[in-house]
Design a protein around this ligand. Structure first.
Ligand SMILES: [Zn+2]
Ligand SMILES: [Zn+2]
Length: 389
């Protein structure tokens, strides 16, 4: 009998740390685990420590020159102008001590999760340290140094010869992963995000559809700023159900950035905790329906680490183990973390009603998102009608 789900974690993952005031803060993983432990829905035997990625594994998605630069930067030996040409030492992605080692452990954690699932030991595996979807082949970008998602997917292609569906629900476009597989028909990428019109990284339009043999295997749904739960879920659900039927993956890999919430300080969507229950639920159902359960999940963005991320990521684990919790959060958890928090922690699993004032353009936004989804799915509907002829 397979184990249901593994939680890949060790405290060493918290060494991926730019500086005290940087929005990317891995303490959110510890807070999530602590929440799960106080809720008594995870035990020590569910927790598997990450390994380090080997250099040859990093090379699956990165240039040697870039890896050398990251190593040097982490030892304080990279000159500022050279660093900048690799996207290092910028405001977004500052240099920190031993950044190569810390980043290699993040990648290794995602590879650990990948092997647990692909070797059939576990049905699902979760590595919240991963999800660094902006990392590019030769360049750091948007808080991401090595792209654990791209590396793990290349690793799956090479070692397991499986077709991978990558689902990215971070509020930012999953650009690094998209470009890594843009011409590859064995990897389908689906990213739903806030439109890049005003938001980093600026890409992720509906017209980015893949290239060469990979044409038709890249899907983007750029949502309007201020999009709310219902419209988000309608777009996600409608698109994903069609994409999975069209692509028929062997394994589902999800990136679970939790920065589409209204409280997130870096983005402009208006989602609530509701979507963080629903997003993994559909991915989970589809993994059982199409992939014999094979589902690898990683974290990603998420910058309200107090009010949003721990609950959102706990929902992901609860979904994996088929468990449901609602109502009050554990007292001990609130007691433990409230003293560190600059804001009042939520006391319940769900958000209160009306955490934000009504969105005046709601109707227009919903309509625009609906049209976007229709346009994105046209490529599938066209190819379906061709096969029927
Ligand atoms: Zn993000
Ligand atoms: Zn399951």
């Amino acid at each position: 009998m397979k184990n249901k789900a593994a939680f890949v974690y060790s405290d060493q993952l918290l060494n991926y740390k730019f500086h005290a005031n940087h929005p990317f803060n891995q303490q959110r993983i510890k807070m999530t685990l602590d929440l799960l432990q106080h809720s008594q829905v995870i035990s020590d035997k569910d927790i598997i420590p990450p390994r380090f990625a080997l250099e040859e594994e990093l090379l699956l998605a990165h240039d040697q020159r870039y890896i050398n630069a990251v190593k040097k930067a982490g030892m304080g030996e990279l000159q500022a102008d050279t660093a900048e040409s690799y996207g290092l030492g910028t405001e977004d992605t500052p240099i920190f001590q031993n950044m190569h080692e810390a980043s290699s452990l993040i990648v290794g954690g995602t590879l650990t999760a990948t092997d647990l699932v692909m070797q059939g030991e576990y049905e699902h595996a979760l590595h919240l340290g991963g999800g660094l979807h902006h990392g590019l082949q030769g360049k750091a970008s948007g808080f991401c140094i090595y792209n654990d998602c791209s590396i793990a997917i290349k690793y799956i292609l090479q070692k397991y010869q499986a077709k991978v569906l990558y689902i990215d629900t971070d509020a930012h476009h999953g650009d690094g992963v998209q470009w890594a597989f843009y011409d590859n028909p064995n990897v389908c990428t689906f990213s739903i995000h806030e439109t890049g019109r005003y938001l980093f990284p600026g890409t992720g339009s509906i017209y980015e559809r893949g290239h060469g043999e990979g044409y038709g295997y890249t899907f983007n749904i750029p949502l309007d700023a201020f999009t709310e739960d219902e419209s988000f879920m309608h777009a996600y659900r409608t698109a994903l159900v069609e994409i999975v039927e069209y692509f028929k993956p062997d394994v589902i890999f999800t990136q679970n950035g939790a920065d589409a919430h209204y409280y997130d300080p870096l983005t402009h969507l208006s989602a609530t905790m509701r979507i963080y229950r629903e997003i993994p639920k559909l991915a989970h159902e589809l993994a059982h329906q199409y992939c014999n359960g094979r589902w690898i999940a990683v974290g990603g963005g998420g910058y309200d680490i107090w009010r949003v991320v721990p609950r959102a990521w706990a929902f992901l684990w609860l979904e994996m183990i088929d468990h449901h919790l609602e109502g009050q959060l554990p007292e001990e958890w609130l007691h433990q973390w409230q003293k560190h928090a600059p804001v009042s922690l939520p006391t319940k699993w769900e958000d209160e009603d009306n955490i934000y004032p009504p969105i005046p353009r709601r109707k227009e936004i919903n309509e625009k998102n609906r049209i976007t989804v229709d346009k994105v799915l046209q490529i599938i509907n066209r190819s379906n009608s061709n096969t029927k002829k």
